[in-house]
Design a protein around this ligand. Structure first.
Ligand SMILES: C[S@@+](CC[C@H](N)C(=O)[O-])C[C@H]1O[C@@H](n2cnc3c(N)ncnc32)[C@H](O)[C@@H]1O
Length: 274
């Protein structure tokens, strides 16, 4: 996008917070594109030609059975909120406070425009997942959808979420590759074992050094067993799964005394900053 067009898109519309009319809104939606979320803003769709179909509305329909239906009075943190589709949906389910964070200001500009049009009270803030301890706040429900595989340090992110912001429930989604089976967890893998791991569905993360799907921000692709193992290792009990989405509840963190040591400097920095 041209620099000039970007500035125009970010400039507040004349005469108030919302767009001044359908033509103006269409211009602003276009100027803020491309969109990853196909939102309905009045008669407009923000990404009608999305490669994944009507995304994420189709996904929402498919995973609805495991989504908390009634969120009245709850607080929700949406990490990697993009243009806010899931934040708006949580608000629609009754959440009293919704905070969406993303490190990409272009997506946040989309989310803020959409919030203005939809009359949403959701708040959107530019923030790295690595800085969530700075929030100094725990949320009843944390959404961590479609972000894990974009991170160089995925388990650290789950540890941080468990340690700093998740009070009760986590809704988690990740792209997965490899075997679909989730075998029972081996208590111990013998050190002397020689050859491939005992089971191709053993919890695994595939490392991407260059790019995956043309996107260099993809670093790790877990198989489903790997995703579940990481959730448990970070202190989340899995309550339900559908497709590549898991609903979890906080649980004791295994080997916490050792495993959470990398968080100590992050905790210290966050406390000093408050
Ligand atoms: C594949 S999109 C998923 C969007 C949305 N959560 C969903 O499931 O529809 C990944 C989003 O995570 C954001 N993201 C990636 N790395 C991040 C990080 N380190 N901190 C905050 N946001 C991040 C991207 O900017 C993008 O909006």
């Amino acid at each position: 996008m041209r620099e000039g067009a970007w500035r125009t898109a970010l400039a507040p519309p004349q005469g108030g917070h919302g767009p001044s009319g359908p033509a103006d809104l269409a211009d602003r939606v276009r100027a803020l594109g491309p969109w990853f979320h196909n939102l309905r803003l009045g008669d407009l769709q923000t990404a009608p030609d999305h490669a994944l179909g009507d995304h994420p509305a189709d996904k929402l329909r498919r995973i609805a059975p495991i989504l908390p239906e009634d969120l009245r009075g709850c607080s929700v943190l949406d990490i990697g909120c993009n243009a806010g589709f899931w934040s708006f949906e949580m608000e629609r389910r009754g959440a009293a406070r919704v905070l969406g964070i993303d490190h990409d200001p272009r997506y946040l500009a989309q989310a803020r425009l959409a919030a203005g049009v939809l009359g949403s009270g959701a708040e959107f803030r530019q923030m790295e997942v690595w800085d969530i301890a700075d929030l100094g706040e725990r949320f009843d429900l944390v959404l961590f959808l479609g972000v894990l595989y974009h991170l160089r340090h995925p388990l650290l992110a789950l540890d941080l979420i468990r340690d700093a912001v998740c009070a009760e429930r986590l809704l988690f989604q990740t792209h997965t590759r490899g075997g679909a089976r989730v075998p029972p967890v081996a208590e111990d893998i013998p050190f002397a074992f020689d050859g491939p791991l005992p089971d191709p569905d053993h919890p695994a993360l595939f490392f991407v050094e260059r790019a995956y799907g043309g996107d260099w921000t993809n670093w790790w692709l877990p198989n489903p067993a790997g995703a579940e193992a990481m959730l448990r290792a970070a202190g989340f009990a899995i309550e339900a799964r559908t497709e590549d989405v898991w609903l979890c509840r906080t649980a004791p963190v295994p080997f916490a005394e050792w495993g959470l040591r990398p968080l100590a400097p992050i905790r210290r920095n966050a406390e000093e900053g408050r």
